[in-house]
Write a protein that binds this ligand. Structure first.
Ligand code: OAD
Length: 233
C-alpha cells in the first residue's frame, strides 16, 4: 500500500530496451537507420505503402520474440498490489505491458499487433505481416495499415489521459527521452494538479528538470526497486 492514491505511469522505449527492442534516439536508435518522414507519417504511407509495411513487418517480427522484463513485471505488480488507481500510459507499440499482466493501460501511440482498415475504420488483432494486398475481413477493401499513430496523427485516448493527469498525486515517467509531444508535456499537467513527479531513466531526459525526483539506471534495476519502495509506503 503506497502513500499515493492516483498514480499515472508514462512509459517509453527505454522500458522495453532490455527486452531486446531498440529505442528510437541515440546511438544505434531506430531513427538512425530509418527516416521518420519515410516510414512513420501518413504522407509516407500514401507515397510508398510497400516500404512502410516492410518497416512495420520488420518491427512486428522483432516484437514477436520479445518477452516482458523485470520492469514490466514490477509495474504489473504495482497495479495489483497498490490500493488506489494506477493507469499506465505507454508510447510503446509493443505488447509487453499486457504480457506482464498490466490491465489498466492506454496505448497512446497505438499497437503493432493490431491492424486498421483505412476504408471502414475497423481495428482488429493482427500478428502477421501486412501488405498492400491484405484485405479487410469486414469490408473487403485492400486498405489495411498498422494500427499505430504516425507523426502528424492524433494520439489515442487523450481525454482519458488528461483526466487521469488532472487527478493524479504521483506521476512517474519511465524510459522516455521527453522529446515527443504531447507525452513530453504530461509532467507539467501532473505537476499543475499538485502531483509528485518522478523520472526513472538511463540518463536525464530532455525535460529532466521538470521532475522533483530522479533515479538513473537501467529500467530492470531501478523500476523494481522504486516499486518496492512505493508499495512499502
Ligand atoms: P526514445 O528512443 O526517444 O528515448 C528512450 C529513452 O530511454 C532515452 O532517454 C534513453 O536514455 C532511455 N533508455 C534507454 N535504455 C534504457 C534502459 N535500459 N532503461 C531505462 N531507460 C533507458 O524513445 P521514446 O521516448 O519512447 O513515436 O520515444 C517517443 C516516441 O518517439 C515513440 O513513441 C515513437 C518515437 O518516434 C512514434 O513513432 C509516433
Amino acid at each position: 500500500m503506497s502513500a499515493y492514491h492516483n498514480i499515472v505511469i508514462l512509459t517509453g522505449a527505454g522500458l522495453s530496451a532490455e527486452s531486446g527492442l531498440g529505442t528510437f534516439r541515440g546511438p544505434g536508435g531506430l531513427w538512425e537507420n530509418f527516416r521518420i518522414e519515410d516510414v512513420a507519417t501518413p504522407e509516407a504511407f500514401a507515397r510508398d505503402p510497400v516500404r512502410v509495411h516492410e518497416f512495420y513487418n520488420l518491427r512486428r517480427s522483432w516484437h514477436k520474440q520479445a518477452l516482458p522484463n523485470a520492469a514490466h513485471l514490477a509495474l504489473a505488480r504495482l497495479e495489483r498490489e497498490h490500493g488506489g488507481n494506477v493507469l499506465a500510459v505507454t508510447q510503446n507499440i509493443d505488447a509487453l505491458h499486457e504480457a506482464a499482466g498490466t490491465k489498466n493501460l492506454i496505448h497512446m501511440h497505438g499497437e503493432l499487433e493490431r491492424a486498421l482498415c483505412a476504408a471502414c475504420g475497423t481495428s482488429a488483432p493482427w500478428k502477421e505481416d501486412l501488405s498492400i494486398e491484405t484485405l479487410c475481413a469486414r469490408c473487403g477493401e485492400a486498405a489495411m495499415r498498422p494500427d499505430v499513430v504516425w507523426f502528424g496523427e492524433m494520439p489515442r485516448e487523450m481525454e482519458r489521459i488528461y483526466e487521469a493527469l488532472g487527478a493524479c498525486d504521483l506521476f512517474v515517467s519511465i524510459g522516455t527521452s521527453g522529446t515527443v509531444y504531447p507525452a513530453a508535456g504530461f509532467v507539467m499537467e501532473a505537476r499543475a494538479a499538485g502531483a509528485h513527479a518522478v523520472e526513472l531513466n538511463l540518463e536525464p531526459s530532455d525535460g529532466a528538470d521538470l521532475f522533483l525526483e530522479r533515479l538513473e539506471g537501467p529500467a530492470t534495476g531501478i523500476v523494481p526497486t522504486y516499486v518496492d519502495r512505493l508499495l512499502a509506503g
